[in-house]
Design a protein around this ligand. Sequence first.
Ligand code: AMP
Ligand code: GLY
Length: 424
Amino acid sequence: MKVLVVGNGGREHALVWKLSQSPLVKELYVARGNAGAWELARRVDISPTDVEALADFAAENRIDFTVVGPEAPLVKGIVDAFEKRGLKIFGPNRKAAKLEGSKAFAKAFMRKYGIPTAEYAVFDAFDEAARFVKARKAPLVVKADGLAAGKGSVVCKTEEEALKTLDAFLNRKVFGEACNKVVVEEFLEGEEASYIVMVNGERYLPLPTSQDHKRLLDGDRGPNTGGMGAYSPTPVITPELEKRIKELVVEPTLAGLKEEGIYFRGFLYVGLMITDEGPKVLEYNVRLGDPEAQPLLMRIKNDFLETLLTFYEEGKGKIEEDERWALDVVLASRGYPEKPETGKIVHGLEHLKKMENVVVFHAGTDVKDGFVVTAGGRVLNVCAYGDTLREAKERAYEAIRFVCFEGMHYRKDIGDKAFKYLKA
Ligand code: AMP
Ligand code: GLY
């Protein structure tokens, strides 16, 4: 069959890589993809957010099945555009994608259905929000309502910082329309974890667990990013905790969606804080995480396209997990996440292709004059398998020694936080 993957990042290269292994695939396309994905799939030169043009392309080329990576096309209604043309596509429709597309919507939904989350209030004017912040004690978390490429949530340690953020969002609208409203919420303490399931109405299928590293610098310092590395599985999510997450979060969420008359089919990612009071939802995403998807997909042993297809039709399917660990280190450009440099030649990729148990997923890369060049903030995901997490980590960092581009930087401590759980 003909399959299309929508998106440009590391997650989408990993999807292309995994789907290309399926004997069911005759032709694989990627819109737009990156230099790595183009080695496995035909490049479609349409922006992932040009949803009508993508739907026309899929109709004209008789694409049998489409998988969407990023949130922006989903929030824009790519699924509605495809379904209007009778095309099969895996992802939530526009209404369901609001769980990620509007934090105020997601918070109200959680409050209504008793899903544990931080206490909060919503504001559309600075003065009122400022009064609230002054009445409460910092730390507080200020979040832009709409999509802001992972930069819309700011943990504010002081009142001053919270007021500055409110000013940037509500007065200066630094993320445009996404700043029409803000959510101000209680700061939660605990360990972060994410849990990703495939959803079809009330049915769901858990994917292998994974752990992201959101901060730019070692030791979880520096600004939030899209994610600087990940590994799978994560020992933070024990079988008992997984059971609680299903009962307290996943199942009430699906029941609530049904109650609201919202049909959800696609990946549902719950970002959690594991507090002393139990798991609480930080956010919903309506897609796979990036970079969580990379190690997660590396650990699925069976034909993932077959799983997607049967799950799409019937809400069931199987996931066979590899016993090994997988770990992903993101190599970023100088200036990321603020103002990444681009256009730098990437050296050493050929060498990595020969390494055993090492997989490289491109993110922001392009091809220029026959060379792979950087084209975004997150450039490459260097991933490795290991019989232990330590082995996967050592192997990934060993491989990184062979790649370079001007201004390249990365975290040196991906996976380290898991070791304390593994010792215990
Ligand atoms: P979000 O975009 O809502 O996932 O937030 C991005 C990051 O900000 C999360 O991964 C957390 O590290 C942090 N964060 C968000 N909300 C809270 C909260 N209520 N308490 C503590 N940290 C938070
Ligand atoms: N890595 C976090 C996310 O994809 O939202």
